[in-house]
Design a binder for this molecule. Structure first.
Ligand code: AMP
Length: 546
């Protein structure tokens, strides 16, 4: 027997319909690419998104067409998302930090019809224009006054397109399982693969990730999504914040410590989210200038393991709660958030800190388990580590155009390629990417744990650990360190500092110092490149073993 409730398709446009109805006066503030701060309301966003939808229809965009955006977090970028999705087209977010050959590959693979771009990225597009023949035209997110001189063909001004429309428009109707977003994984090996989100999966993700024990935003919050909209949907904030009517502050292209600090204070931000490197820049800036934070309540940190030093500084020096989170493009992206359970607040500081380094517990709609190489489930004892497997309504079933073939096992589990432990209370801790784990003798050494300890040294700016081949142990850890500006460090300084913080056999066999580490387009250290660079590295312990 079927239930007798209404059929109300979970389309993402229902979110801004709701925001415009229930929170019409709530503000969206943007640091524009042109410079000035721009302010308007959910009512304005709603109206202009409809105009954007009509403009796209007039250009001939149809359901299922892919429209790319190459843009920073701004109100205009947000309008285009809703405009594209509201007519059943698919918004393909391009990451400007990708190498140009990767950009060319994914634009062609997605068969993007139009590219909507910020002024800042015109030169990238000019460079690749001859190699992206599928693209019929470019829409520049600016007004007539700022339109650039460019060699690109069929270039349109966004404000001009919008002005030519009124907002009398009903979103198109289609099934909630219709595709609405496309985001390619950063692809550490092989070509990037497309994750194709549906209206339904994005709505479910918005609700689930924003539960009180998730990001927990509410109408009285002001949220600053520093995490870019091109990095896994800004972790869903473009959907979850309007669903509760929170004020949004968009940082545009300026993500340095000073600019972020200015927005946090001027706009009275209560909640924000980004990868650890952003927070290191902000903390550095606040330390140098001796500034404090007056309204920020919590900061969500994910995308890479959050080092202890960041948690400690935010909580002790600035009174800001850190929520460590984990997820991936294939999961829309949020999987876990580390929020305490009853009684944990009474634990000793040391115990709480150790616990906060965990990536957290699954939000409702995410199922999670760890398994051995044969897919057998492993115990949740907080010690045993295994392949982290997930399933749920906002987890990818297959990549776009079936790249990579079947990605689920026979029971529907997706292997995240992360290695993790799960404790009896459901808290997950990533020990490594499968490819990064260091296999020393019969044991696995966690590169993340070593990096975390090294990063807590006062003179270390960044650290990465890779496995280097060893005749006796197969692999041993090599620690690569970027010292803080102007600081000098020796190998012994670092190793002595680490000695009493980890089992002796896990200590790195050697330490090398470099000026900078290579990063991927989403801010992760490129271990593949480091392994390549150090593949012939002779560890001092090798001679000893021979
Ligand atoms: P992406 O799809 O680019 O967001 O990358 C997802 C991957 O980033 C995950 O599979 C993890 O390897 C890594 N990652 C994300 N969040 C964390 C975290 N909090 N700690 C450790 N690794 C993380």
């Amino acid at each position: 027997m079927e239930g007798l409730m209404q059929d109300w398709p979970l389309r993402v446009t229902t979110i801004i319909d709701h925001a415009a109805r229930a929170h019409p006066e709530q503000e969206i503030v943007t640091r524009t690419v042109e410079g000035p701060i721009h302010r308007y309301t959910y009512k304005d966003l709603h109206s202009r998104s409809k105009k954007a939808a009509k403009a796209l229809l007039e250009l001939g965009v149809k359901k299922g067409d892919r429209i790319a955006t190459l843009a920073w977090n701004t109100y205009r970028h947000m309008e285009t998302w809703y405009g594209i999705m509201g007519i059943g087209a698919i918004c393909h977010t391009l990451n400007p930090r990708l190498f140009t050959d990767q950009l060319i590959y994914i634009i062609n693979h997605a068969e993007d019809d139009y590219i909507i771009t910020d002024l800042t990225f015109i030169s990238i597009l000019e460079e690749i224009a001859d190699d992206i023949a599928c693209v019929k035209g470019f829409i520049v997110l600016t007004d007539l006054e700022h339109m650039p001189e460019t060699s690109l063909n069929n270039v349109m001004c966004y404000e001009e397109l919008i002005e030519a429309q009124n907002d009398e428009f009903e979103w198109l109707e289609f099934d909630e399982n219709t595709a609405c977003g496309l985001c390619y994984t950063s692809g550490t090996t092989g070509n990037p693969k497309g994750v194709l989100y549906s209206h339904r999966s994005n709505v479910i993700h918005a609700i689930a990730s924003n539960s009180a024990d998730g990001m927990g935003l509410k109408a009285t919050d002001t949220v600053l999504p520093v995490v870019p909209m091109f990095h896994a949907n800004a972790w869903g904030l473009v959907f979850s914040a309007p669903s509760v009517g929170a004020k949004i502050v968009m940082p545009g292209m300026k993500l340095d410590g000073e600019s972020i600090y200015e927005l946090l204070e001027n706009e009275k931000v209560t909640s924000t989210a980004a990868v650890p490197t952003v927070w290191l820049m902000l903390l550095d800036y606040m330390e140098q200038t001796d500034l404090k934070l007056s309204t920020l309540e919590n900061v969500v940190i994910g995308g890479a393991a959050c080092p202890e030093i960041i948690i400690e500084k935010f909580e002790k020096n600035y009174g800001v709660k850190v929520i460590h989170a984990w997820g991936m493009t294939e999961m829309s992206p949020l999987g876990t958030l580390n929020l305490a359970k009853s009684g944990m607040d009474e634990w000793s500081y040391e115990r709480q800190m150790k616990h906060k380094l965990k990536q957290g517990r699954a939000v409702y709609t995410v199922e999670m388990k760890i398994a051995d190489d044969d897919g057998n489930e492993l115990p949740c004892d907080g010690e045993t580590s295994g392949h982290l497997m997930v399933r749920g309504p906002a987890v990818a079933r297959v990549y776009f155009k079936n790249e990579g073939g079947d990605i689920l096992d026979k029971d529907g589990w997706f292997d995240t390629d992360d290695v993790a432990t799960l404790d009896p209370q459901g808290f997950m801790q990533i020990t490594d990417r499968s490819k990064d784990v260091i296999k020393s003798g019969g044991e696995w050494i966690s590169s993340i744990e070593l990096e975390n300890i090294a990063m807590s040294h006062w003179a270390v700016a960044e650290a990465a650990v890779i496995g280097v081949s060893h005749p006796k142990w197969t692999e041993r850890p090599l620690l690569i360190v970027v010292p803080k500006d102007g600081k000098t460090l020796t190998k012994d300084d670092v190793l002595n500092f680490m000695t009493d913080k980890i089992a002796k056999w896990c200590l790195p066999d050697d330490v090398v110092f470099v000026d900078e580490l290579p990063h991927t387009a989403t801010g992760k250290v490129q271990k593949l490149l480091l392994r390549e660079q150090f593949k012939d590295y002779q560890l001092p312990t090798v001679q000893a073993a021979e």
